[in-house]
Design a protein around this ligand. Structure first.
Ligand SMILES: [Zn+2]
Length: 397
């Protein structure tokens, strides 16, 4: 195992020391169990690896043992591993173990960076030091985690839609989940909607995350011209739906502009009582959001799917306090103060609308924009779920 491990080269002395203590049986019991658990995981994973994604065939006598031929057999060993090489399951466990050791506890950011290095540079994978394997970047279902790394990559290779189709719909759903249908597992109720919304849902989520940036805690640049062209190429029609938002966003990123993007957009959308997402899906200009009268009270839903969930267990969701229950009528800098998203200097906001370090937004800049949160739940026209998902609600952005 150590011949292919991240400990190789970087911590040679420590590796030798650990190997020696493992062999001589002088490890403390706890340490011994940790090594045993990780080693057991790697061995079990490596033995099962050539069978991953192969169909289950009860009663089949095709395989009788683990001879090396199995790794070369047609329809097996999908990722071209060698006997002894483990899959993403062990790699990601090793990343987690490294992160826990290095940080002394769970640190999501550290772990995420380790996963990033795992996927792109072979950190903790079984073939990072395998001279015969030309491509070192990682493989397997852990690739779903990789989907979320695309934001770090300047030169993107695939769109989110293409990756979703490949990894989620074909790989996970098509090759794994659908095989369980013969055992009575049914297609998820709203699968067709998910597939239909694949084009725009992530772009709409970006509008939410960037549009309300001070109440989050991230700091990203808006897509530049090259990226916008790339979006248009991958999602024809993208610019006509989202271009205006990004142009406005960029006009408002400097506090000296005196403009706050939410103010430019005008009214806010409603929020879903079940998932707490805003009514901007699948697309802000064609939202399935609605408010529905339930027991004499207006309740907001982002989609018929969330309304269906609510109806199954209304008591569970009735008491949820959403965004407007909390801060309807507040000036926006008070919302951010209440969240505590202000840096230790007591004025600079944690989140910023750009990576530009020149002039950062402060809570006073936000206050000067004088943007008041106002719930659309009191407004006319009334939107009800009776009109169905296919009907477009009012243009909220
Ligand atoms: Zn919802």
């Amino acid at each position: 195992m150590s011949g292919m491990s991240p400990f190789d080269e970087t911590h040679d002395a420590e590796r030798r020391h650990s190997t020696q203590r493992l062999r001589s049986g002088t490890m403390a019991e706890e340490e011994d169990r940790v090594f045993g658990a990780l080693l057991g995981l790697a061995i079990g994973d490596a033995l099962g690896a050539p069978l991953e994604f192969s169909p289950v065939r009860y009663g089949s006598t095709e395989l009788t043992g683990f001879d090396a031929a199995l790794w070369k057999k047609e329809h097996y060993n999908r990722f071209g591993l060698k006997p002894g090489q483990w899959t993403d399951d062990t790699s990601m466990a090793l990343c987690l173990a490294d992160s826990l050791l290095a940080r002394g506890g769970f640190d999501g950011r550290d772990l995420r960076l380790r996963f990033l290095n795992w996927w792109y540079f072979g950190y903790c994978n079984a073939f990072g030091f395998d001279a015969e394997r030309p491509v070192k970047h990682s493989v397997s279902l852990g690739g779903n985690i990789w989907l979320s790394f695309q934001e770090f990559v300047k030169h993107k290779t695939e769109s989110g839609k293409e990756m979703y189709q490949r990894w989620i719909l074909e790989d996970f759903y098509g090759n794994f989940y659908r095989k369980l249908e013969k055992y009575g597992i049914k297609q998820p109720r709203f699968m067709d909607q998910i597939v239909r919304n694949i084009d725009w849902a992530s772009h709409s989520a970006a509008v939410y995350l960037f549009g309300a940036w001070p109440e989050f805690y991230h700091r990203y640049d808006a897509p530049d011209e090259r990226e916008m062209e790339w979006f248009e190429k991958k999602y024809p029609g993208w610019y006509s739906h989202f271009g205006k938002f990004w142009e406005s966003y960029k006009r408002c990123d400097d506090p000296a502009s005196g403009s706050f993007i939410l103010k430019e957009l005008g009214r806010l959308p409603g929020f879903c009582q079940v998932c707490q997402f805003p009514w901007i899906f699948p697309r802000p200009d064609a939202s399935a959001g609605r408010r529905v009268l339930k027991n004499g009270k207006w309740v907001g839903f982002c989609s018929s799917a969330c309304e269906w969930i609510y109806n199954r267990e209304p008591d569970h969701y009735r008491g949820f306090k959403g965004f407007y229950d909390w801060c309807d009528g507040w000036e926006f800098s008070d919302v951010v103060r209440d969240l505590g998203y202000i840096r230790p200097d007591g004025k600079t906001l944690v989140a910023q609308p750009t990576l530009d370090m020149k002039r950062m937004w402060t809570v006073d800049d936000l206050k000067a924009c004088d943007y008041i949160v106002r719930s659309p739940m009191h407004d006319d026209p009334v939107i009800t779920g009776d009109r169905g998902d296919e009907l477009v609600s009012q243009d909220l952005l």
